[in-house]
Design a protein around this ligand. Structure first.
Ligand SMILES: NC(=O)c1ccc[n+]([C@@H]2O[C@H](COP(=O)([O-])OP(=O)(O)OC[C@H]3O[C@@H](n4cnc5c(N)ncnc54)[C@H](OP(=O)(O)O)[C@@H]3O)[C@@H](O)[C@H]2O)c1
Length: 302
């Protein structure tokens, strides 16, 4: 399969490229110019907010599938710049979907547990009603809608949560750094979700593209769920650090770090669509964390 990956220099995009290439697919990795305005070597230059560029590049490449990993991912920044978040997450997805439609490509759109309000009390399935609490979740949900409308028969919406991977800054490395620096690490205990290892998610996206296409929405995360506090405790323990992790509330965090975002209190994703297709074999998040820590130890420069 010939595939195009957007946002290929990001945390998930890097692993998606690796996994797809390891399975014998022909991968084109695209990325926008870096912060200095320079084209990133080895990447097809593509800014997803540029409608004409998306149309031209995708027509020229004519991929079978597009794995859309590019996004506005700054959750607090979205509250401060709503238009920017919608440009990245809604217009960007719309541009890519429309260009995919023109060449008959399948599009994989990566979405988030932040489309839910966290009030349900049990894990969310793909058939639960969305109700984002903040601008990031709303802009991602707008992207979902645009992809469904533009590519009704050729889309996969893959909702995931709490990503950690070797190619980006993430909660695991942040906790390790804080545990080496502070006498104790305060972590939010009243928000619960599913930590997800990016190579595991990338593998499941590949499985879905290689299986007969059933277009629709899929929840994909590692198995199990926990609070940020329990996740941090596991990180500290498995990293053989001794620093105590102390629980704080989401409200205390928001005040301490000046975060304007309302976050869902309980947003684990149940992968009902994968379960129904017999494709739900993602490992528990604790095992994925073990794997990640081994990978980190093998790549000390990360
Ligand atoms: N991280 C999480 O916990 C999490 C949870 C649920 C869902 N997701 C979703 O998972 C996907 C991947 O996230 P990630 O964690 O891998 O984020 P990431 O590391 O921030 O990667 C996102 C990439 O998108 C690129 N990008 C942003 N705007 C762009 C534009 N206009 N044109 C082209 N590229 C652009 C960024 O480029 P620059 O480097 O130039 O900024 C970056 O490389 C996103 O759709 C995100 O919403 C993430």
């Amino acid at each position: 399969m010939k595939v195009l990956v957007t946002g290929a220099a990001g945390m998930l995009g890097t692993d998606v490229c690796k996994v797809m290439a390891s399975r014998g697919h022909l991968v084109t990795a695209s990325a926008r110019a870096n912060g200095e305005g320079e084209i990133r070597p080895g990447f097809l230059p593509l800014d997803i907010t540029d409608t004409a560029a998306c149309r031209e590049q995708i027509r020229a490449l004519c991929p079978d599938a597009i794995l859309h990993c590019a996004a506005w991912t700054n959750v607090d920044g979205a509250e401060r710049d709503l238009e920017g978040a919608y440009r990245g997450n809604a217009l960007g997805a719309w541009n890519v979907a429309s260009a995919a439609a023109a060449v008959g490509a399948i599009m994989v759109y990566v979405s988030t547990d932040f489309v839910f309000d966290g009030e349900k009390g049990t894990p969310y399935t793909e058939f639960d009603r969305v109700n984002p609490l903040g601008a990031y979740g709303a802009s991602k949900e707008a992207g979902e809608q645009l992809v469904r409308q533009t590519l009704p028969h050729r889309h996969i919406i893959a909702r995931t949560s709490w990503l950690f991977g070797i190619h980006g800054k993430n909660f695991v490395t942040t906790i390790q750094r804080l545990a080496q620096k502070l006498p104790e690490v305060p972590v939010v205990s009243d928000q619960v979700g599913c930590p997800t290892f990016t190579p595991d998610l990338a593998g499941k996206l590949a499985d879905l593209l290689e299986a007969p296409l059933l277009p629709g929405t899929y929840h994909i995360s590692n198995a199990g769920h926990c609070s940020w506090f329990a996740f941090a405790q596991a990180i500290v323990k498995k990293s053989e650090l001794k620093t105590p992790v102390v629980p704080i509330t989401g409200a205390e965090y928001a005040e301490k770090f000046n975060s304007p975002t309302r976050r869902p209190a309980f947003s684990p994703l149940r992968p009902l669509a994968l379960e129904m297709r017999g494709m739900n074999d993602l490992r528990p998040w604790e095992d994925a964390l073990d794997r990640y820590l081994v990978t980190l130890a093998d790549n000390p420069s990360r």
